[in-house]
Ligand binder design. Structure first.
Ligand SMILES: [Zn+2]
Length: 227
């Protein structure tokens, strides 16, 4: 996760509420209707999917897509409050770029600064990275920069500032999110559940892929030829 795990409360998801009606709900329903903290966490499968049980049936959550959506929403809220968003680098990182990449980066330097990533010209086509977004403070600054440039390349000048900003935020969220294949402790899963429950909309990741799918009790019964 983006934050050190020692600050996580020891909290294990509680079993689902039996009073909830078992509906044949579709996976695109709003997160508000689904409480991950109230589901029973069964474990991780394929190193990627978190498996939960709730009165609807089985819920499979894509850990990368879920964390990406959480980080993306956190980035979008930046600027609304006065929380610390930048983490200064103890050793500012100096990177020399190609003229094209340098130009591209400088065009978007204000967007990056808003997220907490401070970049300044350092003479020629060299820049210095002075801080990272606090929630991505654990990442390699140069790797993050190269990824961002990769995202921005190919964006024409016709693209609106808002669209560019969105691209940058998605790219940062993707880079900061837990990867597929990464083991997550119960505490880390619990933290993801709590964060997801707070989001108004979490059914898809910022790229548009589903964050979770539901295999309903009816579907299970059909698979076991019980109907
Ligand atoms: Zn991603």
């Amino acid at each position: 996760l983006g934050t050190p795990s020692n600050g996580l409360p020891h909290h294990v998801p509680k079993p689902g509420n039996d009073n909830e009606p078992a509906t044949d709900s579709d996976p695109t329903s709003a997160a508000g209707e689904r409480s991950f903290t109230r589901m029973t966490y069964l474990g991780q499968t394929g190193g990627t999917y978190l498996v939960f049980s709730d009165p609807d049936g089985l819920i499979l959550l894509d850990q990368h897509a879920a964390h990406e959506r959480i980080l993306y929403e956190q980035f979008r809220q930046i600027g609304a409050g006065d929380k610390i968003i930048a983490q200064p680098l103890l050793l500012p990182e100096i990177v020399t770029l190609s003229p094209g990449d340098y130009g591209l980066l400088m065009e978007n330097v204000d967007i990056l600064k808003e997220t907490g990533m401070e970049i300044e010209p350092f003479g020629g086509y060299t820049i210095v990275i002075k801080s990272l977004p606090a929630i991505l403070g654990h990442l390699n600054p140069q790797g993050l920069l190269q990824d961002l440039i990769g995202q921005l390349v190919g964006e024409g000048s016709t693209v609106s500032w808002q669209d560019k900003r969105d691209k940058v935020l998605i790219s940062l969220a993707c880079k900061g999110a837990v990867k597929a294949g990464q083991f997550l402790s119960k505490q880390e899963v619990s933290r993801i559940c709590q964060d997801l429950d707070r989001l108004p909309f979490a059914a898809t990741c910022p790229h548009g892929r589903p964050v979770w799918i539901v295999i309903t009790g009816k579907q299970l019964a059909r698979l076991f030829k019980r109907t």
